[in-house]
Design a protein around this ligand. Structure first.
Ligand code: NCD
Length: 306
């Protein structure tokens, strides 16, 4: 456990494969047996959500409370003194003195890293701009490991907004810790992964290929990770209009062309990119994925705080 104690969680690249495996084994225990006592009684988690969230925030909150701890925090910038002109740095400093661990979500790239530099207590990045969402990536890997038994050897497709999506970027970076057979990065040309992400996966030797159409590669895929277009991150609304509705996973496509065993993941919230009829099929793995977020975050918080 020593490797996790007191640690900040900023990027999935900060963790090694063996640390991730250690976390997943601990998550298995919590997911099956739960926790008996209240190991974090008296501890406080600050939830500093400067940007909207439902699942991530509530699963952190649920995880902390299930461990016997408590939470304080806010769910939007408007609800804080930032609206009165207080700086981000002062807000983090205050929260650091009121709590034992801070979870930060912010629209700006690098916000969590800055918070970690200011705070003495550990900081967990719950999403910074278009960059990182490490606990989502941990959860994504854990879900695949749970449903497939392993990540190595699989053909994985990542479909959607690979440019502005931090969940997609973090998931792609997370795969560099493993040995998938092939990773297809599928997006319209305007939403291709950013240069810095491609540079890293190339350097790490991830066997990837960029594609524009899901139809071309669907028959090979074991795990399809779908993401929504990050409308709120487009600097220009016209740019968004051009790509809106440019990809969709239909039930027909899955039934006609995909492997019978294909599993579909999505960090949620989903909008129109997945045919809702898929929700009722054995392929839909996103609800299970969301559910596993609590034990995964319980395991992580315990490892950091205990
Ligand atoms: C994601 C996020 O906020 O980056 N949501 C989440 O945390 N599950 C993905 C998204 O908003 O599309």
């Amino acid at each position: 456990m020593s490797g996790f104690k007191g640690r900040d969680v900023i990027s999935i690249l900060d963790f090694t494969r063996s640390e991730l495996e250690e976390l997943f084994e601990y998550t298995d225990i919590i997911a099956t047996r739960g926790v008996q006592s209240k190991p974090l009684e008296g501890k406080i988690m600050a939830l500093a959500f400067f940007e909207p969230s439902t699942r991530t925030r509530m699963s952190f909150e649920s995880a902390m409370k299930r461990l016997g701890g408590d939470t304080i925090g806010f769910t939007s910038e408007e609800a804080t003194s930032i609206a009165k002109g207080e700086s981000f740095i002062d807000t983090i400093r205050m929260l650091d003195s009121y709590s034992d661990i801070i979870v930060v979500r912010h629209k700006y790239d690098g916000a969590a890293k800055l918070a970690a530099e200011i705070a003495e207590n550990p900081v967990i990045n719950a999403g910074d701009g278009k960059q990182h969402h490490p606990t989502q990536a941990m959860l994504d890997l854990y879900t695949i490991r749970t449903v497939e038994g392993a990540i190595d050897g699989l053909t994985i497709g990542v479909l959607g907004d690979l440019k502005y999506g931090r969940a997609a970027s973090s998931f792609i970076l997370a795969l560099t810790h493993y040995k998938p057979k092939k990773v297809y990065l599928i997006s319209p040309p305007q939403l291709k992964p950013r240069r810095e992400v491609i540079d890293i996966i190339r350097e790490k030797g991830l066997p990837y290929k960029e594609e524009e159409k899901i139809e071309e590669v669907i028959s090979e895929i074991d795990i399809l990770y779908v993401t929504r277009i990050q409308k709120e991150r487009f600097p220009d609304p016209e740019e968004y209009e051009k790509v809106k509705g440019s990809y969709k996973v239909t039930l027909d496509l899955i039934q006609r062309k995909a492997k019978k065993t294909i599993k579909i993941l999505h960090p949620l919230p989903k909008t129109e990119e997945i045919d809702p009829r898929i929700d009722e099929t054995q392929h839909a793995t996103y609800y299970k994925q969301a559910k596993l977020g609590t034990p995964l975050r319980q395991a992580l918080i315990l490892k950091i705080l205990q």
